[in-house]
Design a binder for this molecule. Structure first.
Ligand SMILES: NC(=O)c1ccc[n+]([C@@H]2O[C@H](COP(=O)([O-])OP(=O)(O)OC[C@H]3O[C@@H](n4cnc5c(N)ncnc54)[C@H](O)[C@@H]3O)[C@@H](O)[C@H]2O)c1
Ligand SMILES: [Zn+2]
Length: 402
């Protein structure tokens, strides 16, 4: 099996897949590995210990992960490391705790345990924990190693394969953050068994995002099996195929543009309106749900502009619905807030909008300029979304009443 150090700088940049995971080598020489592993916390499985390389480790978990896996993680670290070489701390998570104060708390724990530049900060959890701990690792003592065991579907197909860290600040999602490649990133599909259905659906939103603008085959797989990751063993093989395809796609997209020098990124499909849907909605919607609403709105905009055929637009909306994700959010899908989202994205993307829309299902295009989405178009698309969202809610209520 390849290890990060065995990816030599004289090999070609790109993403290489093997039975145990993926190696990425970016054109700037940055390299890291994402491992696919079974039973990562079984004491006899040495992979995580190997990745930690005997370095002093300060580990962090969310309260849910503590409840479900805290005991196994302690046993694991206790088996493979000396008592004084590791600690485990529970951090409150959730979007509201994805703050600079939480990152400072991580640094405080590290400082108290005497973590030096050779140490590792380990996050065992979902995207929120990984983002906060990764951010802390990138600034603590000007940067220490960051390892993660990704325990959510979003974590495995999205956060865990990239290099971004961040906290919410100044009233905006991920306003402060860094690019800090992981020292190790491990994904164990078995951990998803305890994940609530709502969280699985959020992961499916990120997978659908990739499928709709990048991969017609993945799209068909999702259409055939919209309850993948929700059916347990019955979907085992499909799960692994979908997981690998998503991780590969995401890493291939990130690789040439790891630090986002190019701000036109197809993987930002669903991520233009969603930050405002999340923040202005007081985080009532989960990240993946806001992404779903954003994708639905972006598809309607594309159809109104004649970029996406009506039948393809229906197919996209139908998939979002069948994945059990929302199409609409009444309190935030207003012309004012969505125009605000356009303005904010335009600003953050250096004076370009770069709104990603499917041009046909399985391929994407960019609406580069703010003028490409005039207010009357946005208002018309939102009115249509409301109509569909309301019909959807009524159908849902009828289902429940049955
Ligand atoms: N850095 C990036 O590139 C990147 C990419 C995508 C998303 N994100 C960020 O990730 C965050 C979303 O991450 P998320 O969807 O993983 O949510 P999350 O981190 O909030 O985790 C969801 C919930 O599931 C619990 N949980 C975690 N693992 C579990 C398990 N195996 N079983 C049961 N419960 C478990 C957590 O404690 C939490 O309550 C957002 O803040 C988003 O901005 C970052
Ligand atoms: Zn996302």
């Amino acid at each position: 099996m390849l290890t990060p150090s065995s990816v030599r700088s004289d090999t070609m940049p790109g993403v290489r897949e093997d039975t145990g995971g993926f190696d990425l080598l970016a054109p700037d020489g940055t390299t890291y590995r994402v491992d696919l592993v079974d039973d990562v916390l079984a004491p006899e499985n040495t992979l995580l210990a190997e990745r930690l390389e005997g370095r002093r480790t300060v580990a962090f978990v969310s309260p849910n992960v503590e409840r479900l896996y805290g005991h196994r993680l302690r046993t694991y670290l206790g088996t493979h490391m000396g008592t004084s070489d590791w600690s485990l701390t529970v951090l409150p998570t959730g979007e509201r705790n994805k703050t600079l104060a939480s990152a400072e708390r991580v640094c405080e724990v590290a400082r108290r345990s005497g973590l030096d530049r050779n140490g590792v900060m380990l996050a065992v959890g979902g995207g929120v924990l990984a983002d906060v701990v990764g951010f802390a690792a990138s600034v603590y003592a000007r940067g220490v190693r960051h390892a993660r065991v990704n325990t959510t579907l979003v974590g495995q197909v999205d956060v865990g394969v990239g290099v971004k860290t961040g906290v919410n600040a100044l009233g905006a999602k991920n306003m402060l953050g860094t690019y800090h490649p992981p020292h190790a990133s491990l994904c164990d599909q078995g951990l998803l068994a305890s994940l609530p259905e709502r969280e699985i659906r959020c992961g499916l939103a990120e997978i659908a995002k990739l499928a709709m603008v990048l991969d017609p085959e993945l799209l068909t797989a999702l259409e055939r099996c919209p309850d993948v990751f929700l059916r347990g063993d019955a979907a085992g093989q499909t799960e692994t195929r979908v997981m690998r395809a998503s991780m590969r796609l995401m890493m291939e997209q990130l690789c040439p543009n790891l630090r986002e020098h190019d701000l036109a990124r197809l993987v930002d499909f669903g991520h233009t309106f969603s930050p405002v849907i999340e923040t202005a909605g007081g985080h009532r919607l989960r990240h993946g749900e806001a992404v779903a609403v954003d994708m639905a709105l972006s598809c309607l905009i594309a159809r109104h502009l004649g970029l996406l055929r009506a039948d393809e637009c229906e197919r996209a909306l139908d998939l979002i619905r069948r994945l059990g994700l929302p199409l609409y959010d009444r309190s935030t899908c207003t012309p004012e807030l969505m125009a605000d989202a356009v303005r904010t994205a335009w600003q953050r993307r250096g004076g370009r909008l770069n709104l990603v829309v499917p041009s046909a299902l399985g391929s994407g295009a960019f609406l580069e300029n703010r003028e490409d989405v005039p207010e009357r178009l946005l208002t018309a698309a939102l009115a249509e979304l409301e109509e569909r969202g309301t019909a959807e809610a009524a159908n849902g209520a009828r289902e429940l009443a049955r």
